[in-house]
Design a protein around this ligand. Sequence first.
Ligand code: ZN
Length: 404
Amino acid sequence: MSENSVFARLAGGAALSSSLIDAALAARQIAAGTVPDSSAMTHAWLFTGPPGSGRSNTAVAFAAALMCTGEIPGCGECPNCRDVLAGKHPDLVHIVPKELSISVDLMRERVVATYLDFPSIADWRVIIIEDADRLSEGAANALLKTVEEPSPRTVIMLCAPSLDPHDISVTLRSRCRHVYVPTPSIAETTRILLADGGISEETAQLAAAATWGHIGRARHLALSEEAQSRRAQVLHLAELVYHREAAFQEVGSLVTRVEKETLAELAPLEDEEVEKVRNSFGAGVRGKGTAKMTKGMESELKELESKHKKRRTRSQRDAFDLALVDLAGLYRDALLLNAGADTSLTHPDFSGLARDLADRNSAAALTSCLDAIMQCRQSLGYNVRPVVALSGLVGRLRKACRVS
Ligand SMILES: [Zn+2]
């Protein structure tokens, strides 16, 4: 496979990419009218795999291959491939839900209404729906009716965590060809990061290990100094546990930091949504009917505000959960060292601290630390305030490590 191929940066190995390339070759013949039909190609696909395995990147790569004009589908160099990868191809509809549920309105507007349209420049139109496990019942039904009849030139690709009926309805799943994208190994994640360019081998390896082969998180950690320093601050907590009040103070600063950083990440999206509502009411226009319009706008803005509030809470909770997963990785490393296991560590750059924890604590104490972290993750899930949950965690860690 060529280095530039859209499939070169995917997990899942050669078997997965060659079956998608075969499908794209068949699709080409169907579009050219040289064959009416082929078992290699179908109009509805379902990509599953654990978070971070790259199921949506696989769908995007396949979309590029279907539109590609290069000799081997998915060349990565033709304008169609490049525009699909950049997310700006006119024949690609890419739905990335930002809310917990995908509404029937969104499904009607962006999928049902355009399903029978012909592509504008490429051979095929592609609709990718990420997080299809968030389809509301109405949205799933609307989608099901749509995919029951193949459209001549539109391909639908759904991405979901698994085939569990909670993630994807049995009937919808039965209309799609299933592609499983496995979690990449640490070596594979490293290779994918290196293919991106601009990342040193050491950084790529570290990021791949620290995120357990979650490609998106590994990439973020490798590239973002903020993410690196936040991770260091979290792992450092394990050391501060031995320094009386310092750990509690650090919890305060960590909580403030995570909250601030999440708000900053969401701000551009929130601003954009507010702007959209204002524009839809023609904000700034004066004249008859303005008062009525203002009232409508105000109520929509209020609704949007409460949506933003929910989303902020959720993003912050996710950020704390990931921080705790990082911390658990460190205690797991200590437990492995304690047992003398010769295996690769989650946080190789913090092996000194892990060794220190292993020397100071028994296996039982380290297991209690892991339990305490799990308990903290659960209380965050029950909406306990982060500063309370994390302070409780520090107390439990001190107790487990017998720090008086
Ligand atoms: Zn191409």
